[in-house]
Write a protein that binds this ligand. Structure first.
Ligand SMILES: [Zn+2]
Ligand SMILES: [Zn+2]
Length: 272
């Protein structure tokens, strides 16, 4: 069984139209493909406009019908914390993500580029990475009680440019404590995703979250799903094989599958 619930298209900042994503998914033998366009955020040009969002909804619904014999399509959205949608309707599922940090009226994106990240770290946090991490994890954990959110997107996004550990060591105890506080907040409430998106875009060789966090998530009984955060049809299953190995190595024996009845826990051996 192959599933990806984190897919972008030309309706936001993806490279391919939804139809091309679906055709590629069928070619790659996917059973389930969930679209998750970036929910509207007024200052984010990568997000869908309000008008585009209604077009997106219509288009995905149309394609869901058209391809129903070949693949199961779900209509989702990647909601950003800066513009909460509040209600799940009309979506089949909602990914909740934190892409921005704010301070004293200034808003900066976490994942735009290393340069912007360094500027944010300096201008908002006086180059104190731990202070940035604490702010980020305290912010993201608020979504534990947002009822419309099913999946928390890329939990440790603030490590996007940290593959070389030049900002923080992944096992720095103070850093890990902040991240684990967020995991504790989500345990039993939300699904966390293993997200291979930064691999396709060559920022990372490993998925979010870092392996020590994934191990901790398993200890805490946190449910997961595997997503590629795909912005380009070629990379729909990018890093899936290695990620599955990592998930198993952390002790996981099941992942969440989306059905018309909602999410169900499914044996890991069913996934590829
Ligand atoms: Zn995202
Ligand atoms: Zn995304």
């Amino acid at each position: 069984m192959r599933q990806n619930l984190h897919t972008h298209s030309t309706y936001c900042d993806g490279k391919n139209e939804p139809r091309e994503m679906i055709e590629n998914a069928i070619e790659k033998r996917f059973d389930i493909l969930g679209f998750s366009g970036h929910g509207y955020v007024p200052f984010d040009t990568a997000s869908m406009s309000i008008e585009n969002t209604s077009e997106y909804i219509k288009e995905i619904r149309r394609l869901k019908e058209e391809f129903r014999e070949q693949i199961t399509i779900y209509l989702g959205i990647e909601e950003d914390m800066e513009n909460r949608i509040m209600t799940k309707e009309p979506f089949d599922f909602v990914i909740g993500s934190c892409h921005f940090l704010t301070k004293d009226g200034q808003v900066l994106p976490i994942d735009y580029s290393r340069g912007v990240f360094e500027y944010m770290l300096d201008s908002m946090f006086s180059n104190d990475y731990l202070s940035l991490a604490e702010t980020y994890y305290r912010k993201i954990m608020r979504m534990a009680d947002w009822q419309e959110v099913d999946i928390i997107g890329h939990l440790d996004l603030i490590t996007k440019f940290n593959e070389d550990e030049s900002f923080i060591r992944f096992d720095d105890p103070a850093y890990v404590r902040h991240a684990c506080d967020a995991v504790d907040a989500f345990a039993g409430k939300k699904i966390l995703e293993v997200n291979t998106g930064a691999i396709a875009r060559q920022y990372r060789r490993t998925p979010y979250p870092a392996i020590n966090l994934l191990r901790y998530m398993h200890e805490k009984g946190v449910s997961i799903c595997l997503n590629s955060d795909c912005h380009n049809a070629e990379y729909l299953d990018c890093g899936f094989r290695d990620a599955l190995e990592m998930i198993r190595a952390c002790g996981y024996r099941s992942m969440m599958k989306l059905t018309t009845e909602g999410f169900i826990e499914t044996d890991i051996d069913e996934f590829e």
